[in-house]
Design a protein around this ligand. Structure first.
Ligand code: PLP
Length: 384
């Protein structure tokens, strides 16, 4: 039969997340692979969505986002980062940050452009870059602390560089880029006239001792940064898929063309509810951090206790762990063994690298789960 697939999709396999989740389900393993909470977001936000439905916010939204949400996104940017954003011309609501990544790749990358990514890399930057015709150029975040070497970053920039994806706090490592690291990225972006696509979906998940710095607020970066974020992680409502892209008006024009001819708009009642979520008081965000920090510490102790070597992530709800004490195992094989024999699922890291063998000794563990889930996983892991 004729192969109907366009060349641009042929090279991509189903994601590792789907594969591990299916295997976890088949073996009734506790799934610490999937990067979403197994608990619900705040009750008042769910009630706000119900109220929006009852109030008749059920037809197509304004295509660039409901004004009430764009105003809340602008107020949030000012409140947390002192960033002044015009809600009319500088914000677009997306269907999750995923759509923002897709729109950015297709709005700004020309065939043959080089695009810098930090690896291990969040899985969708590579396919989006490649489908847009770009050439990914990796800069490694080195073990054990998952930071980049400034000389390697400098060497990755060239006159062919069009864009850089900067994901902080970073998935899968949990690294929160320090101000000095972001200043170097900013300096190089300006020297080489490069666009920054800043993916900040974990902006509120930053633990004691670290601070999230918004790249767009650094000197010279406002006009060359697209900031992507999303309500999914900050409000434990990943299924709602309400995200946004903040960018200066000339960049917005391009983003909005991509959005207009694909997704067009995101679900209306959820936009109204997220407008209230963004205005939740500070103690909501502080409690979220405290809860995740305690879970991070619990998971680190658990993993260390069973012979793995976990990193100490300053942000996100992921941690990487090295399997070096299991000298004969490779990460994919180890993850399969863990699901089948121990009943716990982690994500093996090879797919997060351009050269998969670089992730052969690492697994990713998600700790965005209820205490009962983490405790049950710890009990099973003790058998390791
Ligand atoms: C780094 C990063 N960016 C973007 C996304 C996608 O976010 P959304 O669910 O809002 O599309 C995720 C989700 O896991 C992520 O980890």
């Amino acid at each position: 039969m004729r192969d109907w697939r366009a060349a641009r999709v042929r090279g991509f396999a189903p994601s590792i997340f789907a594969e591990i989740s299916a295997l976890a389900q088949a073996h009734q393993a506790i799934n610490l692979g999937q990067g979403f909470p197994d608990f619900d977001g705040p009750l008042e936000i769910k009630q706000a969505a119900q109220a929006a439905i009852q109030a008749g916010h059920n037809q197509y939204a304004v295509f660039e986002g409901e004004p009430v949400l764009r105003q809340a996104i602008a107020a949030h940017a000012l409140r947390f980062y002192g960033q002044l954003v015009d809600p009319t011309t500088e914000i677009m609501v997306t269907s999750g940050a995923s759509e923002g990544i897709w729109c950015s790749a297709f709005a700004f990358i020309e065939p043959g452009d080089e695009v810098i990514v930090f690896e291990p890399v969040f899985d969708c930057y590579l396919p989006n870059t490649l489908m847009a015709g770009g050439i990914p150029v990796p800069v490694t975040l080195h073990t054990p602390h998952f930071r980049f070497d400034p000389d390697e970053l400098r060497a990755a920039f060239s006159p062919r560089t069009r864009a850089i994806f900067v994901n902080t706090p970073h998935n899968p490592t949990g690294t929160v880029f320090a101000r000095e690291e972001l200043l170097l990225i900013a300096e190089l972006c300006q020297e080489y006239d490069v666009l920054a696509i800043a993916d900040e979906v974990y902006e509120h998940l930053v633990y004691e001792g670290a601070r999230h710095v918004r790249l767009a607020t650094l000197p010279g970066m406002r006009e060359r940064t697209v900031t992507l974020s999303s309500s999914g992680k900050s409000f434990s409502l990943t299924g709602w898929k309400i995200g946004w892209a903040i960018a200066p008006a000339p960049l917005q024009v391009a983003l909005r063309r991509m959005h207009q001819f694909t997704v067009f708009e995101s679900t209306t009642p959820m936009q109204h509810a997220i407008a209230s979520a963004l205005r939740l008081p500070d103690d909501y965000f502080q409690n979220l951090i405290a809860e995740y920090q305690a879970k991070r510490d619990f998971m680190r102790e658990t993993l260390t206790g069973c012979g793995l070597h976990p990193a100490n992530p300053a942000g996100s709800y992921f941690m990487l762990a090295s399997i070096e004490e299991f000298p004969h195992a490779e990460a994919v094989e180890f993850a399969h063994f863990l699901i089948r024999e121990i009943g716990v699922a982690f994500i093996p890291c090879p797919p997060f690298y351009l050269q998969p063998e670089r992730g052969a000794r690492l697994v990713r563990v998600a700790f965005c789960k209820r205490w009962e889930t983490l405790e049950a996983a710890a009990e099973r892991l003790a058998r390791l």
